[in-house]
Design a protein around this ligand. Structure first.
Ligand SMILES: Cc1ncc(COP(=O)(O)O)c(C=O)c1O
Length: 501
């Protein structure tokens, strides 16, 4: 037990750097070597990324964020145009949309597949919609056929955000997608410590993207080298168990929130986002991308899935693996949802398992109106906040776990709003009481399930570097934590799964 409570049970974190020390050395050497033939490097990447299943044009970039911003710059959509986006993404992607004076309409996702709720698209689309951005989350691939057919009928662009799901060249994005973006940032599979690839369907669009991209300054080798050195420090902590063990012990002694600081150090563009993403990749970065991607091994890649499936099959009841029903699942990170995530993290940390809630910056994509109360119809969200006469009011039922909502006024006439935002009725009654208590009005545009996911997610340290015997230890600790939680709470209040909304 002494070992278990001293940060030593499972000396792995929920994120890792998918590279070896040799890759760091090579990347650093690429920065020092000044003779890079960029055209040759780009040509080689283009050949590698042009496959029989996907012949779309290839543009190597500094980051996915660079590619997304480049696309929006070239398209120059009128201010106020709407972009429908999967309801989970990193804040920078949202900031880029806002920078272009565009409005975001979030498309909710299902926890069990991590895929978007395609059936909501007809409610979300409007004459102002110009693009649909689908993020394949946590290494799961979402089906695209239906989305592409929907967009084609309406002349809307489709962007696939494949930042989290590179899995080799056998499976790339959908060939009919207008722009697909793959990331090789530091915590991505086969990282090159930065870099991205865009696959572009239309030659005319591609030519415009390349022309604007050519006007960007080149990222300097020294900037790239500084990143590599910063990530090397993180690599030593994240990927070398002995250092992780002693490091965690020391930092805990000094009460340092090492996870918070660690995740911060992994950020690609910690400041001046718009300025810093508008650069071209250096020859050194292109060389590292080539080196890493040429060494892709399907056998090695499978290990991640193998270990994740091993854990998923053995988790105790009460924890749901996000995307467990996805048809293609490559397990980038291992997110689970649970009723009381903070308690689970607290107990697991005490048992020496580095579970964490903020392992990634992924967050809910809130609707553009800025008053995203999920339980008010959209027109109420758009009106002045704090108005006591609003049609819905929220109060506490007196029961520690149950908020009840009452719809005091009339629901808006759907004809008066752009989209039918009202009309869903939710029974938030305590399970087992049998009596419905209050029937709230729900803003159907709000991404309820994505919000639930983020509010209840815990990332477990499950990845290809964690040996099986440590996965077993972690599973034992998870079982203890879940049992402890159950026994201290009794059967208690059951939170309704929001997919039933
Ligand atoms: C879903 C998603 N989109 C976009 C990005 C940004 O990728 P990049 O770091 O290449 O800009 C990330 C990476 O964190 C991501 O997870």
């Amino acid at each position: 037990m002494a070992e278990e409570t001293s940060g030593g049970l499972v000396p792995h974190f929920s994120v890792f750097i998918d590279a070896g020390i040799g890759d760091f050395t090579k990347a650093a050497a690429n920065c020092i070597c000044s003779s890079h033939d960029r055209d040759l490097q780009i040509g080689e990447l283009q050949t590698m990324w042009t496959t029989p299943a996907n012949r779309n044009l290839v543009l190597p970039l500094l980051s996915v964020r660079t590619g997304f911003d480049l696309f929006l710059r070239v398209m120059n959509f009128p201010p106020g145009s709407e972009i429908i986006m999967s309801a989970l993404n990193i804040p920078d992607m949202i900031q880029i949309v806002r920078h272009h004076s565009l409005r975001i309409v979030p498309l909710d996702i299902r926890i069990e597949t991590a895929a978007p709720k395609v059936d909501l698209l007809p409610q979300l689309v409007s004459p102002r919609t110009v693009a649909i951005v689908i993020a394949h989350l946590y290494g799961k691939w979402s089906p695209m056929d239906e989305i592409i057919a929907f967009a084609k009928e309406r002349n809307i662009y489709v962007v696939e955000d494949c930042a989290e799901c590179f899995c080799g060249f056998e499976r790339l994005s959908h060939p009919e997608t207008d722009v697909a973006l793959f990331s090789f940032g530091v915590i991505k599979f086969y990282t090159s410590f930065g870099g991205a690839i865009a696959k572009v369907r239309d030659r005319e669009l591609y030519t415009k993207l390349v022309a604007l991209h050519e006007t960007y300054n080149m990222q300097s080798s020294s900037t790239y080298l500084k990143k590599i050195l910063r990530y090397l420090c993180m690599y030593l902590v994240l990927d070398v168990p002995l250092i992780a063990k002693t490091g965690v012990k020391t930092l805990r002694t000094f009460n340092v929130d090492y996870m918070y600081h660690g995740v911060k150090m992994l950020r690609g563009f910690p400041d001046q986002l718009m300025q810093k993403i508008r650069e071209r990749p250096s020859g050194a970065l292109l060389a590292t991308m080539l080196h890493r991607q040429k060494s892709f091994s399907a056998t090695e890649f499978c290990l991640q899935r193998l270990k994740a499936e091993y854990v998923a099959a053995r988790l105790p009841r009460g924890l749901d693996v996000v995307g467990s029903k996805a048809s293609v699942n490559n397990y980038w990170l291992f997110p689970v949802v649970t009723e009381n995530p903070d308690n689970l993290v607290f107990l697991l940390n005490a048992l020496g398992v580095e579970a964490y809630r903020g392992a990634t910056q992924l967050n809910v994509v809130e609707p553009h109106n800025g008053h995203p109360n999920p339980l008010l119809p959209a027109h109420a969200n758009n009106s002045t906040t704090g108005d006591k006469n609003n049609s819905a009011e929220q109060y506490h039922s007196g029961d520690s776990d149950t908020f009840v909502m009452s719809c005091a006024g009339d629901c808006p006439d759907p004809a008066e709003t752009d989209r039918n935002d009202c009309g869903n009725q939710v029974d938030f009654a305590k399970e087992g009481t049998g009596s419905p208590q209050h029937i709230p009005t729900v803003n159907k545009q709000y991404p309820h399930e994505a919000k639930y996911l983020i509010d209840h997610v815990v990332y477990l340290p499950v990845h290809k570097l964690v040996p099986f015997h440590q996965l077993n230890r972690m599973l034992r600790a998870v079982k203890i934590a879940v049992d402890l939680h159950r026994s201290s709470n009794g059967p208690g209040v059951k939170v309704r799964f929001p997919s039933k909304l």
